[in-house]
Design a protein. Sequence first.
Length: 94
Amino acid sequence: MIEDMFKVQYPLYLKALDSVLSTNHKFLLSDSLSMYDFYIAGHFVNVVLNPKHALAEHWQKSWDNDVSDRIKQYVGDFKAEMQEYLDTREQCLF
């Protein structure tokens, strides 16, 4: 099941996300964050890039090999916008 997720399902999700990300805006709808960015980019920050996640090794491999430069820029823009919060929030235990 995990292998299918990372080899089949997740790449389809990444391809779909990449196709809707604007090259004219930092975020999904504009240059300002929307609730959709908290959901989508938040997933990358809280799960994919979380070294304490149970599947961290799989997520990191996928981030390095499967995630497009545009998605990485999108997540980087989100992290930059949310930096103060991310620096001061409680650390995830898992």
